[in-house]
Design a protein around this ligand. Structure first.
Ligand SMILES: [Zn+2]
Length: 82
């Protein structure tokens, strides 16, 4: 392999954020595709980032969703937070 596991782990988050050069990303992708140790790291990292993104999207939901969310909460028996 062209790069070792330590390098992949060290650069994992930059890799997931696509903050590396295209050449570097290609090297890591090639390693991860073949490496049983690093594959799960990437799967976990991607899932983690997706979860963070989802949480952020919910927190920053457009204002017009507010009434619908409150309506849904009321339907579930929660009191109106206003
Ligand atoms: Zn590896």
């Amino acid at each position: 392999m062209l790069i070792d596991c330590d390098a992949v782990v060290r650069e994992l988050w930059d890799f997931l954020d696509e903050e590396l050069s295209g050449e570097r990303i290609a090297l890591i992708e090639a390693h991860v595709a073949l490496c049983e140790r690093c594959g799960p790291h990437v799967v976990f990292g991607r899932a983690f980032k997706a979860a963070v993104r989802t949480a952020r999207d919910v927190a920053m939901a457009p204002a017009h969703l507010g009434p619908r969310v409150r309506e849904a909460l009321r339907a579930q028996g929660f009191s109106d937070p206003r």
